[in-house]
Design a protein around this ligand. Sequence first.
Ligand SMILES: Cc1cc2nc3c(=O)[nH]c(=O)nc-3n(C[C@H](O)[C@H](O)[C@H](O)COP(=O)(O)O)c2cc1C
Length: 347
Amino acid sequence: MTTQLLPGFRLGDHHIDVPLVLAPMAGITDLPFRRICKRFGVGLVVSEMIASRAVDMGRERTERMAELGDDEHPASIQIAGADPGFVTEAARWAVDHGADFVDINMGCPVKKICKQVAGSAMLKDERLVARVLEAVVKSVDVPVTLKIRTGWDEHSKNVESIARIAEASGIQMLTVHGRTRAQMFRGHACWEDIGLAKTAVSIPVIGNGDIVDAASAREMIRISGCDGVMVGRAVQGNPWVLGEVHAVLTGAALPAVPTPEMRWLIVSEHLHHLAGHHGIRTAAKLARKHVIWYSKGLHGSAEFRQSFQTLVDWQQMLDVAAGYFLGLGTHVHQHVLHPGPELAVAV
Ligand SMILES: Cc1cc2nc3c(=O)[nH]c(=O)nc-3n(C[C@H](O)[C@H](O)[C@H](O)COP(=O)(O)O)c2cc1C
């Protein structure tokens, strides 16, 4: 019998059985990539961040960012903004677009967002945090969740205080990336700071920052006491890492490193979804970075990268990528990773 390390938790009408969350990453975790990640046992996915002011512009790109797949639910749409009026409107829009949960981003460190006192800049103004959260919670009838960093900088960390404000405002789940805004993505995520949030509130706290494998996931859980984990950059070109973390959470045996054939099945399915969702022109641009990430660290990846990044023709991209991954042969060892029931080569 296996014992699940973390039991999962309720979020409104839903139960998150495996508290493994795929981090929202703008330009990366679109619907095609989320579909791939879901295969490896993700319990909750979040859309890329959508600026609250963008929602009433009706842009095709914004609509595409908010699209959730039938197989993704329960799923969250993430919004950002500092104006309670705009953010509540965006929250309602998210629910109209099928969001089971609305996630508010107060962790984004990007200058353009912080200049509008949104994203992580909001952490400096706790009264504004409360106003925005309360307004959003009142405006929708689905659970509202929040994603934060640990504070603006080392001298103004306020993760406990923001966690309490969130809980008092009716937020039902809090994700903490264990870095300050000033750190951007440098240094290490402080998992002890995630623990401060966890002890400050009784809503589920998701730990985020620097999980790269099974061992780091286990260590974050041990140090922070978090109720779930969120994995971001480590999944780029390596969704298999989610299978590892899933195994830690559920007490299952760790999956083995994927064979070249398994890699190609995933890469080709990802490319197929990219073309279907974005159209071939945009898919070709996005595929370049994803496929190069998939090749990272593998035999001959430098030469492959050089030739692949010059390609523009979609069919040629598929052929060259197939040739590379399937040609890896014995250079990738070990076997047996089951990516999912309906996996099909889609070229
Ligand atoms: C390219 C990129 C885009 C990101 N976009 C978002 C976003 O849209 N919303 C958000 O809340 N966090 C965003 N993040 C932050 C991640 O969700 C996550 O908090 C961060 O990468 C730390 O986790 P990790 O160490 O597992 O990568 C982004 C990170 C990266 C690298």
